[in-house]
Write a protein that binds this ligand. Structure first.
Ligand SMILES: Nc1ncnc2c1ncn2[C@@H]1O[C@H](COP(=O)(O)OP(=O)(O)O)[C@@H](O)[C@H]1O
Ligand SMILES: CC(=O)N[C@@H](CCC(=O)OP(=O)(O)O)C(=O)O
Length: 282
C-alpha cells in the first residue's frame, strides 16, 4: 500500500466526492482514475454525489421551458422535475458510471429516490422555489451494500418523501447530507480553484468570512449553496471540506496527498488538534 500522510491523526474511511455540473465536460480521465485509486490503493470508500445543472438547463432550453434560479437554486415545477430527473438520474449519472468503468472501476448509479437513500423534506427557506427540497435523512443501506462489495455508488440528487413525492435537491446540499451522515470528508469538485476573492484563491474560510463575502456579493450564484453546504457540514461534525478545481489533472489525488490547493473548511477542534500536533513535532 502506498505511503501517505493521514492529517489530524485519524483515518477517515468514507470520502464523499461531489462532482459539479460546471466541470463535468472538463474533467480529465485522471479524475475518475483517482476515484478508483482511492478505493483500490488507499482502501477508502468513495461515494460520488453529482450535480449537472447545466445539462438540465440545456434540456429545458431544447424543450422551450423557461427556468430561473434564486440564490443558486432552480425554481422547480412538476414539469421541471421530469427534466431534472431525466438529466441528472439519466444522462449525467450514467456518464459518470461509464467514465469510472473506463478506468477499470466498478460503479453503480442510483438516485436519492432509490431505496429512499435521500429522504426529502421541503427546503426550510422555500418561499417560491416549488419542489426544491432538503435532505431530512440519508438511508445508508444501499450505499454501504455497494461499498462493501467494492462498488462505487454514484448518487444523483433527487430525493423522495414519505408520500412518494420527488424533490429537487441542490447537489451540494445532497453531498453535504451524505458526508454528514457518514462523517466522511467532503471534496466539492468544481470549475474554479476554490473560493476566490478579487480573483485570488482563499485557502481557508471561516463561517464569518464566508458570510461577509456572501453579503458583499463577492460570493454569488452557485457558490452560495456550496459554501453554505461546506459550513453546515463542518457545523454538523464533518472534519474537513474542500472546494477543488476538478479540471486540473490529478487534482483529487494531489489534494489527498499534499493538501496544497483549494479552499479548505475545517472544524476549529481539528485545527487546534493539528496545531498541537505540529507544535509537538517541532
Ligand atoms: N467567490 C467566488 N469564488 C469562486 N467562484 C465563484 C465565487 N462566487 C461565485 N462563483 C461562481 O460559482 C461557480 C461555481 O458554482 P456552480 O456553477 O454552481 O458550480 P458546480 O456546478 O460545480 O456546483 C464558479 O464557476 C463561479 O462562476
Ligand atoms: C434545487 C437545484 O437547484 N437543484 C439543482 C440540482 C443539480 C445541481 O445542483 O447541479 P450543480 O451541482 O451542477 O449545480 C438543479 O436543478 O440544477
Amino acid at each position: 500500500m502506498p505511503k501517505y500522510i493521514i492529517r489530524g491523526g485519524s483515518c477517515l474511511s468514507y470520502i464523499v466526492i461531489k462532482c459539479g455540473g460546471s466541470v463535468l465536460d472538463k474533467l480529465p480521465d485522471t479524475f475518475y482514475k483517482n476515484i478508483v485509486e482511492l478505493m483500490e490503493q488507499y482502501h477508502l470508500k468513495p461515494i460520488v454525489v453529482h450535480g449537472g445543472g447545466p445539462v438540465v438547463s440545456n434540456l429545458l432550453q431544447t424543450l422551450d421551458v423557461q427556468t430561473t434560479f434564486v440564490n443558486g437554486m432552480r425554481v422547480t415545477t412538476e414539469e421541471i422535475l421530469d427534466v431534472v430527473e431525466m438529466g441528472l438520474s439519466g444522462i449525467v449519472n450514467k456518464k459518470i458510471v461509464r467514465e469510472i468503468t473506463a478506468q477499470n472501476g466498478r460503479a453503480i448509479g442510483l438516485s436519492g429516490v432509490d431505496n429512499m437513500t435521500l429522504e426529502a423534506e421541503p427546503l426550510a427557506s422555500n418561499h417560491k422555489l416549488g419542489y426544491v427540497g432538503q435532505v431530512a435523512s440519508v438511508h445508508l443501506t444501499g450505499l454501504n451494500a455497494l461499498l462493501d462489495k467494492g462498488i462505487i455508488p454514484v448518487l444523483s440528487p433527487l430525493a423522495v418523501d414519505q408520500q412518494g413525492q420527488r424533490w429537487n435537491i441542490n447537489a451540494d446540499l445532497a453531498a453535504a447530507a451524505v458526508a454528514t451522515t457518514m462523517q466522511a470528508s467532503l471534496y466539492m469538485i468544481t470549475d474554479v480553484d476554490g473560493v476566490l476573492h478579487q480573483d485570488t484563491l482563499v485557502p481557508k474560510l471561516s463561517a464569518q468570512e464566508a458570510e461577509e463575502m456572501i453579503d458583499s456579493g463577492s460570493i454569488y450564484g452557485g457558490m452560495i449553496p456550496k459554501v453554505q453546504a461546506a459550513l453546515n457540514s463542518i457545523e454538523a461534525g464533518v472534519r474537513k471540506v474542500v472546494i477543488l478545481n476538478g479540471a486540473k489533472k490529478n487534482s483529487l489525488m494531489d489534494f489527498f496527498i499534499e493538501e496544497k490547493t483549494g479552499t479548505v473548511f475545517e472544524s476549529v477542534q481539528r485545527r487546534n488538534k493539528q496545531t498541537v500536533a505540529e507544535e509537538v513535532s517541532n
